[in-house]
Design a protein around this ligand. Structure first.
Ligand SMILES: [Zn+2]
Length: 172
C-alpha cells in the first residue's frame, strides 16, 4: 500500500510543479519509470503454402490442411505491434505512433504485402512461413528500429484469420 502511494504521489507532485518548472518536470519524468504499452495495427495480404518436403503429400495434407495447397493461397493478415516506454512529460507520449507505423510499414508490410511468403521475402528465406515463424521473423526485423527510438518492443501479435493469431514476446 505504502510502496504504491510512494510511487504515485511524486508523479503528481512532478506534474503540478512542472507547470511552473519545465526542467524539474523533465528530471522527474526521467527519474520515474512509469511504463506504458501502446499498440499499432497494420495490415497486409500475402500468399503462402505450408509444405514439408521430407513428408509425403498425404502427410502434408493431413497436417497442414488447406494451407498445404501446392498452388498457394492467401491470407489477410493483421499485425499488432506493442511497444513499451515511459511517458514523456512534455508530449504525454511514450512514442509517436506515426514513427511506429513508419517503421512497421518500411521494414515489414512493404516487404510482405501482396507477396509470396515462401519465395519473395528476404528475411523469410528458407523458413516455413507459418504464422509462428513469420511473427518471430517480424520481431527480429523490428527490434533494432524500435530500440533506436529509446523504447522497447513488447509483443508482435499476428492474426492469420479472424479467429487465429499468434503472439511473440521475445526470448524470456
Ligand atoms: Zn495458410
Amino acid at each position: 500500500m505504502f510502496t504504491c502511494l510512494n510511487k504515485i504521489q511524486p508523479y503528481f507532485v512532478c506534474l503540478s510543479d512542472g507547470l511552473l518548472n519545465p526542467l524539474y518536470n523533465y528530471i522527474c519524468s526521467t527519474y520515474l519509470s512509469i511504463m506504458i504499452y501502446i499498440t499499432r495495427r497494420e495490415h497486409f495480404n500475402a500468399a503462402h503454402k505450408l509444405h514439408n518436403p521430407a513428408w509425403s503429400e498425404e502427410k502434408n495434407n493431413e497436417v497442414f490442411g488447406k494451407c498445404a495447397n501446392p498452388n498457394w493461397h492467401g491470407h489477410n493478415y493483421n499485425l499488432f505491434v506493442t511497444v513499451k516506454g515511459p511517458v514523456n512529460a512534455e508530449t504525454g507520449y511514450s512514442a509517436n505512433l506515426k514513427d511506429i507505423s513508419t517503421i512497421i510499414r518500411t521494414h515489414i508490410t512493404e516487404k510482405l504485402d501482396h507477396k509470396n511468403l515462401n519465395m519473395d521475402v528476404d528475411f523469410l528465406k528458407g523458413m516455413m512461413p507459418s504464422t509462428e515463424n513469420v511473427a518471430i521473423a517480424i520481431w527480429k526485423q523490428l527490434t533494432p528500429h524500435i530500440d533506436a527510438l529509446g523504447i522497447k518492443l513488447h509483443s508482435v501479435k499476428l492474426y492469420e484469420t479472424e479467429n487465429n493469431y499468434v503472439e511473440y514476446l521475445g526470448e524470456e
